[in-house]
Design a protein around this ligand. Structure first.
Ligand SMILES: [Zn+2]
Length: 396
């Protein structure tokens, strides 16, 4: 397949370069002036081609309905599985070709990864954490996480998640917003517990994402060697310095508290709205301080939290830009840098010969207005692994 006549995003220079993109066997075979190639041609005249977006933090089994991602009653498993497939399709049509799912009841994320891989569901590539691992009574228990206490139990839980098919590991280093009675300012797992989990994950070549909002929880997780701090609400200077020293990524998920704090009328439980308001301003200040200091960042929405819907993932790139990233850097946070964090840089995240042909065709220039990523009419097509997906675009 040949995408002809557009301009493609070059990650190194953060600019668009006029040229064609030739895809063969699911990969990018050539970039630039492609002459004489016999291929199905898609006219991309006037378009901007970017790498498929990568969302490093989703809960794709959840729709964003406020009743879902809380420890309440759930629909039968079969119906949730059906819906998860629909959410995966919606995510893909929003331009997201890779997701990392950081916790799902019944490990629906692991099942989804297998279903996509087998071609049963059209969706993004899925890196799945299975169930998260949290302390007894900790954030996420009863819905997206299992409980473990002490380094030995954490070690065993991580081993079991890997046995069940997890390709990433999620540990909870602090309290959070959506679990009633849990304070986001409280640290959770001890440094020893976190280190045991990281050791097991690292042995199996899995990256570790730590849910960490409280300052002490963040420091515990960074010291234990996690790959990314998720949320990072209360960063102080020491935490930022530790992250820089160790190359720990920040996945800020600015979208999650934004919707929760503004969602009282939408049926979000009052305890969550209150906590969402508590974190909102400090969260943005921490993100801005981290950026100013040069902490590595990658895009993650926490999709599935209330009103944070599949397919609307690109709104996070817009928020990351609103609070300090240039449009080019925001695009990288949602593509190349995210691939670096997920250990997928040799697979996707950039438009480079040899990488998977994961490409979003835009009718507008995202460097001129990053918000075009969130406008459905600006997405002319989504190509995943060299195949045109969904009902977006196609051969002309
Ligand atoms: Zn989450």
């Amino acid at each position: 397949m040949l995408l002809r006549g557009g301009a493609f995003f070059e990650s190194e220079t953060r600019t668009f370069v006029r040229g064609d993109v030739l895809c063969a066997d699911g990969r990018i075979a050539a970039l630039g002036d492609v002459e004489g190639a016999e291929a199905e041609t898609i006219d991309c005249e006037g378009e901007y081609l970017i790498p498929g977006l990568i969302d490093c933090h989703v809960h794709v089994s959840s729709s964003g309905d406020p009743a879902e991602l809380t420890p309440g009653p759930r629909l039968p498993l079969a119906r949730r599985a059906w819906r998860t497939g629909e959410h995966a399709r919606a995510t893909l049509s929003g331009g997201v070709t890779t997701i990392r799912d950081l916790g799902a009841a019944d490990r629906l994320n692991v099942a989804l990864a297998a279903a996509v891989e087998a071609g049963e569901v059209e969706g993004p590539r899925v890196v799945a954490a299975g169930m998260g691992v949290t302390m007894s009574g900790g954030h996420g228990h009863g819905f997206i996480a299992r409980e473990a206490d002490g380094p030995d139990e954490v070690r065993k839980a991580v081993r079991e998640e890997i046995r069940e098919g997890a390709t990433a590991i999620k540990l909870f280093a602090s309290g959070g917003v959506l679990t009633p009675g849990v304070n986001p300012r409280s640290p959770a797992f001890t440094r020893e517990e976190l280190a045991a989990g990281v050791e097991e994950a690292t042995k199996a070549f899995r990256t570790v994402a730590a849910h960490a909002q409280s300052t002490e929880g963040i420091k515990n997780a960074v010291a234990a060697g996690v790959s990314s701090i998720e949320h990072g609400v209360w960063l102080d200077e020491e935490a930022i310095a530790m992250m820089i020293e160790r190359g720990t990524y920040l996945v800020p998920t600015l979208t999650a508290p934004y919707h929760i704090a503004n969602g009282a009328d939408a049926g979000i439980p009052a305890y969550a709205v209150e906590k969402g308001e508590l974190v909102l301003e400090d969260h943005i200040a921490s993100y801005e301080a981290a950026l100013a200091a040069g902490v590595l960042v990658a895009m993650g929405t926490d999709q599935g939290t209330p009103l944070n819907r599949p397919g609307e993932n690109a709104q996070e790139a817009v928020r990351m830009a609103e609070h300090g990233l240039s449009p080019g850097a925001a695009l990288l946070a949602a593509t190349g840098w995210a691939a670096d964090l997920l250990d997928l840089a040799e697979e996707t995240g950039r438009l480079r010969v040899g990488l998977a042909a994961d490409i979003v065709r835009l009718s507008e220039d995202p460097l001129a207005d990053i918000r075009c990523l969130t406008r459905r009419e600006a997405i002319a097509g989504v190509v995943r692994g060299g195949a045109v997906t969904g009902d977006t675009g196609g051969t002309e």
